[in-house]
Design a protein around this ligand. Structure first.
Ligand SMILES: [Zn+2]
Length: 313
């Protein structure tokens, strides 16, 4: 399959982030606006070996997959993850059956692919991997700072084993996270605070200041969500629920043809074009007034520098 042959680190990161965001939304339970965001995230997941190159079709398939989900009904994290894996598998198999010369062979090639192992990663592994990547530091550098053996970071980020209490504290310090984020009670809890904002943009620069505008010309279900809200501070686009919950939304670029990266993070394309989902997202958390193109490591967002809210029992 063509999409699998194109697999690389950036694509893996984008898929991981889409899964992370989608899992988080499924665990908090979303209304129509959140579902509109989920649909776009699911397209990014489908890109991993499963989807075709026509974005309208992939959006339609994602919409169909989501149609069976009850709205506003939070799911436990393992159930959310299993649902995403199954939706992905279903799309891959459907496409292989419809389009490949030898569907049986296509499925055999597809299902052992690395893309599928991403579905196995729990929130701790995803958090370690996404935060570490965002810092731009090497694994060796982080491990040295935390007095850990050099291979451990990759191990944990791939979901093989988990740190003990002392290693957790050291790693949190080395990564610049408040210790609670790597506390064992937080392991199964997705970082939904990254993917849902309450009333104001986390960038701080444009708090409570939004401009309404078309997202990308593609239909967004839900009357109130047909327009995007753009933060005038950092450029992050959102769709909003009637009760004021804001969901950072990936904007679709690249016309009608879907290539990897067609769903970008959607910073308004007026010269301040931001990173794609392969880079830290949502942009609002990682935004710096010093500029997106600033060299060097990104600063860990305030969300991660203060203690996480208590996980549900
Ligand atoms: Zn902002």
């Amino acid at each position: 399959m063509k999409m699998l042959e194109l697999w690389n680190k950036g694509r893996e990161m984008r898929a991981l982030r889409a899964l992370d965001a989608a899992t988080a939304l499924l665990t908090v339970g979303t209304g129509a606006a959140g579902k509109a965001v989920l649909q776009r995230l699911l397209v990014v997941v489908f890109e991993c070996g499963a989807g075709g190159s026509n974005i309208a079709i992939e959006l339609e398939r994602a919409g169909e997959a989501l149609a069976g989900l009850p709205a506003d009904s939070p799911q436990p994290e393992p159930a959310a993850r299993a649902w995403l894996a199954e939706a992905h598998r279903q799309r891959a198999v459907d496409r292989a059956l419809a389009e490949e010369a030898d569907p049986q062979q296509a499925v055999e090639v597809l299902l052992p692919h690395r893309a599928w192992s991403l579905h196995q990663l729990d929130p701790l592994a995803r958090r370690i991997r996404l935060v570490h990547t965002a810092t731009g530091r090497t694994a060796a550098d982080v491990c040295r700072a935390a007095h850990l053996e050099g291979h451990l970071l990759a191990r944990w980020g791939n979901g093989r084993g988990s740190p003990d209490a002392k290693q957790r504290r050291a790693l949190a310090r080395a990564l610049g996270l408040a210790a609670g984020w790597l506390g064992v009670q937080h392991d199964p809890v997705p970082d939904s605070g990254l993917y849902v904002a309450e009333g104001q943009c986390p960038c701080g620069a444009g708090a409570r200041r939004f401009a309404a505008g078309s997202l990308d010309g593609r239909q967004v279900p839900g009357a109130w969500a047909s327009l995007g809200l753009w933060c005038t501070g950092c450029g992050q686009p959102y769709v909003a629920d009637p009760d004021g919950r804001l969901y950072p939304v990936p904007v679709i670029t690249g016309g009608g043809v879907l290539e990897f990266g067609a769903v970008a993070d959607g910073v308004r394309p007026d010269g301040a074009c931001g990173p794609e989902l392969s880079r830290p997202w949502p942009h609002a958390h990682w935004y710096s007034p010093a500029g997106l193109q600033r060299r060097g490591a990104l600063q860990i967002p305030p969300l991660y520098r203060s203690a996480p809210s208590r996980p549900p029992n």
